[in-house]
Design a binder for this molecule. Sequence first.
Ligand code: CO
Length: 166
Amino acid sequence: MEIILYPNKILREKCDEVKEFDQSLDRTVLDMLDVLYKKNGAGIAAPQVGIKKRIIIIDTGKSPLILINPRILKKEGKETFEEGCLSFPGIFLKIKRAKKVKVEAQNTKGEKIELEAEGLLTHVLQHEIDHLDGILFIDKIGFFKRWQLRRKLKNIAKGKKSEKSS
Ligand code: CO
C-alpha cells in the first residue's frame, strides 16, 4: 500500500463514519500500520492510504494508538509545534494548535474510549483528525508562507523528492 501524496483529491474529501467493526476494518488498520512504520511517521489517517473512513493511527514512540471515529470534545490553550505530514514529504511547518485536547473515539471493537492529551500527541491528534475532514496542515499557515512553499509543493506534485521525507 502506498501513501497518497498532495495534491491528490482524496486528501480533500470528508471521510465517512465507520459503522462496521469487522475484518475489513482490521485489514485497513493493518495496512495503515504498515505504511506508518515503513515511512517512520508519527501519525496517519485513512484517506492517506486512499480509504475514505474515519480512522487514524498515532505513534509518538510508545505503542500505536488506533482511533476510530475520533472527535474532539474539548480544546484548551494554544501552542506551536513543528509538524510534518506523510503526504507532504520534506515539508515541515510550525503550526499553532490547541495545547490540550480531550478526544472521544472507538477502538477496533467498537468500544468507546476517551483520552486527554498534551504536548506532541495533542498536535498529532489534531493534525490527523483534520485529515478526516479534508483539512491539511498547509491550510493552517498564512498565504505568504504558502507562497514561499510553492516550489516544494510543485515538486511533490511532480513526484520529485529532493529532501528527506517525514
Ligand atoms: Co498529515
